[in-house]
Design a protein around this ligand. Sequence first.
Ligand SMILES: Cc1ncc(COP(=O)(O)O)c(C=O)c1O
Length: 469
Amino acid sequence: MESLYESLLQYGKLDKYPFHMPGHKRRGSFENPFLLDITEIDGFDNLHHAEGILRDAQRRTADLYGSEETYFLVNGSTCGILSAVSAAVPPGGKLLMARNCHKAAYHSVFLRGLEAVYLYPETEPVLGLNGGITPEAVKNALKEHPDIRAVLITSPTYDGVVSDVSGIARAAHEKGIPLIVDEAHGAHFGFHPYFPESSVRLGADLVIHSLHKTLPSFTQTALLHVNGPLADRERLRRYLEIYQTSSPSYLFMAGMDRCTGLLKCRGRELFEDFKRRLEDFYGEMQGLERIRLAGRWLTGKSGIYEYDPSKLVLSVKHTSADGNMLSKLLREEYGIELEMAAGSYALALSSIADTEEGFDRLKRALKETDGRLEDREDPPLEDRVIKNETVCKISEAMEMPGERIILSASEGRISREFLFLYPPGIPLLVPGERISRQVLDRVRNFRKRGYQFQGLEDYSMETIQVAGA
Ligand SMILES: Cc1ncc(COP(=O)(O)O)c(C=O)c1O
């Protein structure tokens, strides 16, 4: 059997174009990795006690983004989210969080035994996307639950939906609590007016960026930015020490430093070029008849404050196809690999590293595919977050005795497991939630169309762990 290494080398030789992460798009050069892969030897500082070359690199990154402090993360945004939530909310405390957060946010709730109060995104009716979170919804929740200790939202979402971060920050600060923004998909914000402003400059207290998702940086590299007096920095450092590896990769850290150095020196020029490619792309795509693209036209509705045009949401909601079919077709017939297939759309992620040739290939593929799609007769697959009844905390459900039962017969029972499509990793079902007919129907409809769910221990998806009868 071929090794992973050989398989990757083979794959690299194929004519496949990546409209997916990482944001370097498999381009760029780096010294022999073995030459740079060291440990904490003299002169190279220690990430967990940075006072030399790593402190300076983090300082430069903080200056670039306009934050008071920035930490390099080598375990992805995941460890940034775990650390930020753990620092902001005491064990057993209450967290106000958007229900369309990534699973890492739920894991932080589990690990700290927190009670999550959910904010549901508004409903975007045209493409069926999850919309934004509004400051009004945050204010109302904080009024209803005065003991909430922090607010956590995802902005932008995987689909490019940006919420009113400054309004939400004001609502949190009026109550003296911090706002954490999972801006994992927005590390490229704030470098050019064509893209939204970064939450770092909009009043958020803790902002998490996956550098690897949208910028030329290695997978797993991420940043945690800290601003203002509400983030407890001592606790934050404690949790970073816990959740980050004790052997941070110097390749990753050098890659981050190089990426942010590139933005500092050539950011404006690179984003100007990127903007031109995107404008050209969106312009040409206006001629499509069936495939619809998300874009700036969504702003001002459904809680959508701004839209990130680098996320190319290719909606087939009004056609006979689904996200999986479109994704497969682009892969098999055009050698284009997308980031994600949702129910009624597929997502192409673009970045400053995308080439003219890449965009040309995508444009041609979409124009030709558009002509082949037919009108929809049956209802599209639903992608919006479902409102489940929360019966108990995630930690309570996961620790309580339970039993394994047939998934299709689990309606009304309390789940002890997560269930999600990956990507995007937003749980359809969370431990402690009551399993509804709506959830089971969604699972059945998606599986019929070949979608794979994750989260259940039983990979065959026949059974689920539920709380004891
Ligand atoms: C919204 C969001 N937040 C956080 C994460 C976790 O990021 P990472 O893979 O860098 O740990 C993801 C991953 O896809 C994500 O989509």
